[in-house]
Design a protein around this ligand. Structure first.
Ligand code: ADP
Length: 160
């Protein structure tokens, strides 16, 4: 069974992420969305909330699972018996960082392969931080995040 892990912060999940998840679910027997716990960075949503939002919008994909992980990605991969890291690539800006990460993960565990999926053109400008900026100043986030997540983003920002 080919198990892939799609890691990220997903704070919150965007339509760009969801597009990679949907396409990735067709490539792997099982795709695990791994929400990376970063103890040094306080996000908008806490980790159980991020997981719940992703679960809500991926419930229709039967081979997609969502969990949090802390520490090294390759240790999480081992635990989940996954062999492939799935990454989304937006533009040149993602490339240098992702290239470095892929080489480092391969160095740490040569059995692990990183696979890049090119963003769909209509989401190439989209990031979680851009969504948060727009929402914070009252802009519309329809089309940027899944419909089921829109109200959660606005109410979370209002509660700050
Ligand atoms: P963000 O930069 O939006 O905060 P994450 O750190 O959660 O996103 O990213 C997780 C993964 O999803 C990374 O591999 C990132 O390159 C990819 N990704 C994020 N946004 C998009 C997008 N709009 N299209 C394709 N891939 C994306």
């Amino acid at each position: 069974m080919k198990i892939g892990v799609y890691p990220g912060s997903f704070d919150p999940i965007t339509n760009g992420h969801l597009d990679i998840i949907e396409r990735g679910s067709k490539v792997f027997d099982k795709l695990i969305v791994g929400v990376l716990v970063n103890v040094d960075k306080k996000g908008l949503f806490d980790y159980p909330e991020r997981v719940e939002l992703i679960q809500r919008v991926t419930a229709k994909y039967k081979n997609v699972e969502v969990r949090c992980f802390e520490g090294l990605l390759i240790d999480f991969m081992k635990k989940e018996e996954a062999s492939v890291i799935l990454k989304g690539l937006r533009a040149f800006s993602d490339f240098e960082y992702e290239f470095q990460m892929a080489l480092m993960n391969n160095k740490l565990d040569p059995e692990v392969e990183t696979v890049f999926m090119m963003t769909s053109a209509q989401y190439s400008y989209l990031s979680s931080s851009a969504v948060k900026q727009v929402a914070k100043f009252g802009g519309r986030i329809e089309g940027l995040v899944p419909d089921e997540v829109i109200d959660d983003v606005y109410s979370k920002i209002l509660s700050l």
